[in-house]
Design a protein around this ligand. Structure first.
Ligand code: TYD
Length: 136
C-alpha cells in the first residue's frame, strides 16, 4: 500500500440558507462500513492515532472544527488538513497515522471497514516499518 492510495474525497453538499446538508451513500465509499466512532473533547495540544492497521480501511471526516492527519506509508509522509465536514480522507491499510493540531471543539468522525480488533493494530512504529519493508 502506498500513500498515493490515500486521498481526500469530496462528499455531496446540499446548499441551503437554513444550513448545509451532506450525505454519504455506499457508492461514495470503497468499503462496507462496519463501525463508526468519533473523537471529541480532545484537549488542546493533544494528539491521537500513532498507530497503523493491517487490514482496516477508514474514512476520516472533520465533523466540526479542524485537525491535521499525517499519513506515513513507511517511505513517504503526507499531511492532510481537515476542516470541512464535506471532505473525507480515505486511509488505506498499512498506513501509520498521527492526528494533531485539533481546534477547540473539533469532532473527528471515522467510518471503518471492520469492527474494532486490537490484533489489527501496529502500535510500535519500528514493528510497522519492519512489516512494510518485509512486504513485496
Ligand atoms: P485507539 O484506536 O488507539 O484511538 P486513536 O487512534 O483514536 O487515538 O483506541 C483508543 C482506545 O479505545 C483503545 O483502548 C481501544 C478503544 N477502542 C475501542 O474500544 N473501540 C474502537 O472502535 C476504537 C477505535 C477504540
Amino acid at each position: 500500500m502506498s500513500i498515493k492510495d490515500c486521498k481526500i474525497i469530496e462528499l455531496p453538499k446540499v446548499h441551503d440558507p437554513r444550513g448545509n446538508l451532506t450525505f454519504i451513500e455506499a457508492k461514495h465509499i470503497s468499503f462496507d462500513i462496519q463501525r463508526v466512532y468519533y473523537l471529541y473533547d480532545v484537549p488542546g495540544g493533544s494528539y491521537r492515532g500513532a498507530h497503523a492497521h493491517k487490514q482496516l480501511q477508514q474514512l476520516i471526516i472533520a465533523m466540526s472544527g479542524s485537525f491535521d492527519v499525517v499519513l506515513d506509508d513507511g517511505y513517504e509522509k503526507e499531511c492532510f488538513h481537515l476542516n470541512r465536514s464535506y471532505y473525507g480522507l480515505y486511509v488505506c491499510p498499512m498506513m501509520w497515522r498521527y492526528l494533531d493540531n485539533f481546534s477547540s471543539g473539533a469532532v473527528t468522525m471515522v467510518l471503518a471497514s471492520t469492527p474494532y480488533d486490537e490484533s489489527d493494530y501496529y502500535r510500535d512504529y519500528d514493528e510497522f516499518l519492519r512489516a512494510v519493508k518485509a512486504s513485496p
